[in-house]
Write a protein that binds this ligand. Structure first.
Ligand code: GDP
Ligand code: GDP
Length: 434
């Protein structure tokens, strides 16, 4: 599980430009591999060998053009709660504004590492303009240009050096399930339905980080750790309708989990924010089960479930091999099925296909449907193997791996899924030089 760095600041100072710069190199690699569209406000990066997540908090504030002071307060408050370090961006061109001072006032009380980044210092001449930001009372600052990248290396050196060492995760044999989803989807109701008259709670294991909570359950014959979405009760006071809050809360829980149970509200369909959370899980290579909750409220005819499934699959494409369970936390319909399915996905995620079995199946498939020749050159795939990674990854060895295109990779992935069952689990297929 990686640390979280939050970027805060008033609108137009250059937060999203900085965010994009920080994740760019890495994103390019990931996108080429997975073909997945990325969230514009959350990403992973690494610097000096240290991997961490970055959140552009401004990106989640609605109506950021004339954002209210109050909204910025909330943004900062949440960043303070959830992040391990905070980068506060201000604008050298505009100078110190009242909103900057408000943010600084909030941040001064915080004991986490805070980095003041004076942005838009594109030229050495601008350096002097930055001096006025001492008045914010946050001490030293970093002058950066998010547009040309200058100064961002020094900033990152300092940020990474200040990140807390994360303890290794508890070594637990038990599957870790995170219940995630939009506010009001029914997450708490689902958890209560699971544990309601529960006499099976064995222990409360203090989480490895301050606000994640693993609770061990023995339920329906399965043992598992349930990860509460971080801080959900603590922050009930915060207005719940901003996408940002649930995404921030979900990040930690998802990174901590093996399988994410994404709870939807059946009366609202699959919305943008659901896509975001789904993407977070997928991107972190976690298993996913989609729970369409409040199914008791839906007027059903014979096709309702099918149509709902189709809608979800459109939204989550291309990774559509995900179980979808229609349930009701209220009537407890299929809550057992939900857990049972999560356990199956957990098993799929740690599945190992023996090399002999894999080749026995895949080589004839490839022979019948080889990759198309490129510039008259034939691509020959000789051998494949599952890599010894914690999540399923497969390497195919070929004479000309660079010529294998995405459609063929998807074909291979689909065949692997058909034969070996990786339902609910993102898998990676790599082509390498023989
Ligand atoms: P946000 O609202 O804080 O996310 O700000 P944006 O990243 O959208 O940037 C606001 C404006 O400032 C855009 O027009 C950017 O092109 C510009 N901008 C961002 N960083 C820099 C920089 O380092 N130098 C200059 N000159 N402009 C920048
Ligand atoms: P959370 O914010 O995701 O934890 O959502 P809650 O568990 O607090 O549920 C939000 C609202 O939806 C509450 O009023 C619940 O009673 C209601 N609710 C949750 N699950 C169901 C369900 O399966 N059926 C119906 N009819 N209502 C539900």
């Amino acid at each position: 599980m990686s640390c979280i760095v939050a970027i805060v600041g008033r609108p137009n100072v250059g937060k999203s430009t900085l965010f994009n710069r920080l994740i760019k190199r890495r994103e390019a690699i990931v996108d080429a591999v997975s073909g997945v569209t990325r969230d514009r406000h959350y990403g992973k990066t690494d610097w000096n060998g240290r991997e961490f997540s970055i959140i552009d908090t401004g990106g989640y504030v609605v109506g950021s053009d004339d954002v209210f002071e109050q909204e910025i307060d909330k943004q900062v408050e949440l960043a303070i709660d959830e992040a391990d370090a905070i980068v506060f961006v201000v604008d050298a061109e505009a100078g110190v504004t009242g909103l900057d001072e408000d943010v600084a006032n909030l941040l001064r009380k915080v004991e986490k590492p805070i980095f003041l980044a004076v942005n838009k210092v594109d030229t050495a001449k601008r350096e002097a303009d930055a001096l006025e930001f001492y008045s914010l009372g946050l001490g030293e600052y970093y002058t950066i240009s998010s547009i040309n990248g200058s100064g961002t290396g020094d900033l990152l050196d300092a940020v990474v050096a200040a990140l807390p060492e994360k303890e290794e995760e508890e070594i637990s044999e038990l599957p870790r399930f995170a219940v995630v989803g939009r506010p009001n989807a029914g997450k708490s109701s689902f958890i209560n339905a699971l544990i309601g008259e529960d006499r099976y709670i064995v222990t409360d294991i203090a989480g490895t980080t301050r606000d994640s909570n693993d609770t061990k359950y023995n339920r329906f014959g399965f043992e598992f750790n349930l990860i509460d979405t971080a801080g959900i009760r603590r922050k009930a006071k915060v207005k719940e309708d901003l996408e940002f809050y649930s995404v921030m809360r979900s990040v930690r829980a998802i990174e901590h989990a093996d399988v994410c149970l994404l709870v939807l509200d059946a009366t609202r369909g699959f919305e943008g924010q659901d896509t975001n959370i789904f993407w977070l899980a997928q991107r972190n290579r976690k298993g996913v089960v989609i729970l369409v909750n409040k199914w008791d409220l839906v007027e059903k005819d014979t096709n309702s479930a099918k149509e709902f499934e189709k809608q979800i699959q459109r939204e989550i494409a291309p990774f559509t091999d995900v179980p979808i369970i229609f349930m009701s936390a209220l009537t407890k319909q299929r809550i057992y099925k939900a857990i049972e399915t999560a356990v199956e996905v957990y098993k799929n995620r740690s599945k190992r296909v023996p090399t002999s079995k894999l080749n026995e199946f895949m080589l004839p498939v490839i022979e019948n449907y080889p990759p198309p020749a490129v510039k008259g050159k034939y691509i020959k795939i000789k051998f494949c193997t599952q890599l010894p990674t914690p999540v399923p990854q497969f390497a195919f060895f070929a004479n000309l791996p660079q010529y294998v295109k995405d459609p063929y990779k998807r074909f291979i992935e689909n065949k692997l899924r058909e034969e070996f069952d990786f339902t609910g689990v993102p898998i990676d297929v790599y082509f390498r030089k023989k």
